[in-house]
Ligand binder design. Structure first.
Ligand code: SF4
Length: 464
């Protein structure tokens, strides 16, 4: 536990995280987010955060050491897609019982690792600590070390039991585990001056594949995506990239910053959502690669590709613009990258009547202000009652949010679109922007709204 406490404190002291750096020592010790109230675990625990950050590594066996419910809660909770192995979607757990709680669960864990290797032969096994096994004192770090020697392959401890804190902290502890045990442990077959890492992109609904063809066309190779559609060996050899893009600022800033420190890989923070942000990201990638030795002509090629793709995207969006112009959107994204979604919706001619900034950094909030002006309606914590009132009083025509708040919109008989991590449509890049506009249009003009807003047949006859 002493090692874990030190690691948690190190994560809180992350110099790349402006929010933490702005806090006093006392506040920083308390952690990234306020402690959850009992019964409010829907936000996810640290274990859950670590698992969602790493599960997209597709050929690894992700073994959860704990009671079966931990894996039950976290299995496949994001729709990360794979272009190869499907092992990551198999749920492995030691499913510890009362006897293990009394006598310790390490033997069971060792046997589980052996069984996985015998049956599935993965390049690596990631072992996730959970609350119960941490509390009974199972030392997964020592056990993984012994198992690595015994089985001759990486057995990686992910020490982020649920009780240490929030999901976001779990994301960062997962990043620390990669830095400590995985990154830099293998060499790529070859390297080029056009190798990049993409950090904090999870290939939800296949979003990475909306961007990858454009990078391929420019001759830019994704050496590793951490962690969407990644293979173990790619992450292990990612220290040879020339530049990196950090997509999700909150989750994996520690990976990007420490890779810059250790391996001199410069990075920038960008977004694949919205036409201008997508173009900016391509420009920044090209610029960083040229600074690191790529041919200058990459910049011109990138500009040509951007003009072609932007023109095509605007043309495809033209037919929706008249239908969406002036429509009011209530945006509850969970905060992360909400500025990027705000910019994307404004590009489509929509008006943002409110956006949540609960999980946004100060920098994110500043960017929203830049885009929406000083009267940007940002809500730190909007209650379901307030969301309902906004929709019911038609202050908003549609709500874009995660699945958890969908019933608020449905109760208010207003359209809703899932844009959070469980979404089923991919919205990245130029194609993704067209897809987003298409889905918003479908949701807004669905004939069901007219029907559900009519009085029920029995109410009509009663009124006559
Ligand atoms: S790790 Fe702890 S908080 Fe997280 S699901 Fe398991 S028991 Fe619950």
């Amino acid at each position: 536990m002493a090692g874990l406490n030190a690691k948690v404190q190190e994560v809180f002291d992350e110099p790349g995280c402006e929010k933490n750096q702005g806090k006093s020592d006392k506040e920083r010790k308390k952690g990234c987010t306020k402690q959850l109230q009992p019964g409010a675990a829907a936000g996810g625990c640290a274990f859950d955060g670590a698992k969602i950050a790493l599960q997209p590594i597709t050929d690894v066996a992700h073994l959860v050491h704990g009671p079966i419910a931990c894996e039950g809660n976290s299995w496949d909770n994001r729709g990360s897609k794979s272009s190869g192995s499907r092992l990551y979607r198999t749920g492995f757990t030691t499913d510890i019982n009362e006897t293990d709680v009394v006598f310790g669960g390490e033997k069971r864990l060792f046997k589980a690792i052996r069984e996985i290797i015998d049956k599935y032969d993965p390049p690596a096994v990631f072992v996730y600590q959970t609350c119960v096994t941490a509390l009974i004192g199972d030392d997964i770090e020592a056990l993984c070390k012994a198992a690595k020697e015994k089985f001759g392959r990486p057995i990686v401890p992910i020490n982020a039991p649920g009780f240490v804190g929030s999901k976001n902290l779990g994301n960062k502890l997962a990043g620390e585990a990669l830095l400590e045990y995985v990154i830099g442990t293998e060499e790529p077959e070859y390297t080029t001056s056009y190798d990049i890492n993409i950090i904090g992109e999870y290939n939800l609904s296949g979003e990475l594949w909306q961007v990858k063809p454009l990078l391929d066309e420019l001759g830019i190779r994704i050496l590793a995506c951490i962690s969407g559609d990644a293979k173990y060996s790619e992450v292990a050899a990612s220290h040879r990239a020339r530049a990196a893009m950090m997509v999700c600022s909150k989750a994996m800033i520690n990976i990007a910053r420490k890779m810059e420190e250790r391996y001199a890989i410069p990075f920038f923070e960008g977004s694949f959502y919205g036409i201008s942000d997508m173009s900016d990201s391509l420009r920044q990638i090209a610029k960083l690669l040229v600074q690191r030795g790529a041919d200058e002509e990459l910049v011109d090629r990138t500009e040509k590709l951007i003009s072609r793709e932007e023109a095509a995207a605007w043309e495809r969006m033209a037919s929706y613009k008249a239908r969406l112009a002036g429509k009011k959107v209530l945006l509850i994204t969970g905060g992360v990258k909400s500025w990027s979604v705000v910019a994307a919706l404004q590009e489509a001619g929509m008006e943002i009547v409110g956006t949540s900034v609960k999980k946004s950094t100060d920098e994110d909030k500043e960017r929203i202000k830049e885009i929406m002006g000083e009267d940007a309606h940002m809500f730190d914590d909007m209650t379901p009652r307030e969301m309902y009132a906004m929709l019911k009083e038609a202050q908003a025509d549609i709500m874009l949010s995660g699945g958890r708040s969908q019933f608020i919109a449905l109760k208010a008989k207003m359209p809703w679109l899932d844009i959070n991590q469980e979404r089923h449509h991919a919205y990245a890049g130029y194609d993704g922007m067209v897809a987003l506009v298409h889905e918003i249009d479908k949701a807004l003009y669905n004939p069901i709204w007219e029907q559900v807003r009519k009085p029920a047949p029995w109410e009509q006859s009663w009124q006559q």
